[in-house]
Design a protein around this ligand. Structure first.
Ligand SMILES: [Cu+2]
Length: 322
């Protein structure tokens, strides 16, 4: 049974927004995992394997947010630090899966070893699993910010509105949630100057997924979606929230952004013929950090029949039809 139907944020009813924010507040921010929870045990094992300390606090007293212990210069006993953690808010747990997932090599010599979750061809499948992990804790769908049609952050997701809704439970971050811009065609890192220019850029990037040089290569499709259609959105919003991959899952717009990125992959896959689907043979064989799935097992979005999108494309000439 489909559990999570992800919808265009612009179409959400007040009840659907309330469901999202209520669940976010209760199940992501306020809820904690204790050290008997299998997920926290699993996170500790992954962090110990990567040899990196789990981030346990976000210090916002200075001009910039810093993580403690300082992830990059931590000089203590990593395993002792990790094993001593007794509880953790769900949000911090999610942030750490994402963060520790970055600490694996880009090109492991062994083709089945773990590789990092960005800048490699596990980017799309890893983040697909990450979204589902978020939803399983949230208990409702992570809807999507359709930035092809709407270059502004959805109104209810703007910082001023979020601060009214999301109360700071166990994390410090929301006291200092900041974005440099709430539009991808405005602000210092804007992608284009106008909506029309952005649509053209996006349309060209979308069409190039179907070029003969890309269409049968999962690695190229993944790289293309990551670099052309994912990275610059983070940078355009920027601030401590979205430009830094250590913090980005702390900003709820992260999930809506990534839902749309995942929908682009789902749209692409959904518009291929059966022959085109079977021509793609380069799905990575690597075990993904944290998630016990392989890319080829989740190339169809349904994943255990749990996920669906409103407005999934059936026609490759379209880039949006919510
Ligand atoms: Cu990421």
């Amino acid at each position: 049974m489909i559990k999570y139907v992800r919808r265009d944020a612009e179409t959400l009813s007040d009840d659907q927004w309330n469901e999202f924010f209520t669940n976010y507040n209760n199940n992501i921010i306020k809820a904690k995992l204790d050290d008997t929870h299998p997920k926290l045990i699993q996170l500790k094992a992954l962090a110990n394997e990567a040899g990196r300390p789990i981030v346990t606090d976000f210090d916002i007293t200075g001009p910039r947010i810093v993580v403690t212990p300082n992830f990059r210069t931590f000089a203590g006993d990593v395993q002792a630090h990790n094993n001593a953690i007794t509880e953790m808010p769900v949000l911090d747990y999610l942030v750490n899966i994402h963060y520790i997932g970055m600490m694996f090599p880009n090109n492991p010599a062994d083709g089945t070893a773990k590789k990092q979750n960005h800048l490699t061809n596990i980017f799309l499948p890893w983040h697909r699993m990450f979204l589902l992990e978020f939803e399983e804790f949230l208990g409702s769908p992570s809807h999507y910010w359709n930035w092809y049609d709407n270059q502004e952050v959805p109104e209810k997701m703007k910082v001023a509105n979020i601060k009214d809704v999301i109360k700071d439970g166990n994390t410090k971050f929301y006291k200092d949630l900041n974005r440099t811009s709430e539009s991808i065609i405005d602000g210092p890192s804007k992608i284009t100057n106008t909506k029309a220019e952005f649509k053209e850029l996006f349309t060209n990037a979308w069409k190039s997924l179907y070029d003969s040089s890309n269409i049968d290569s999962f690695t190229k499709i993944s790289q293309h979606i990551e670099s052309a259609l994912h990275n610059n959105m983070h940078n355009a919003i920027s601030g401590d929230s979205m430009s830094n991959p250590i913090f980005s899952p702390h900003d709820p717009i992260f999930w809506f952004h990534h839902s749309f990125v995942d929908k682009i992959w789902a749209d692409f896959y959904n518009t291929l013929s059966d022959d085109e689907k079977t021509a793609i043979t380069d799905y990575p064989d690597n075990e993904m950090p944290f998630f016990n799935k392989k890319a080829k097992d989740i190339k169809d979005i349904k994943i255990d029949q749990k996920i669906s999108y409103q407005g999934l494309l059936k026609d490759r000439s379209l880039v949006s039809n919510p």
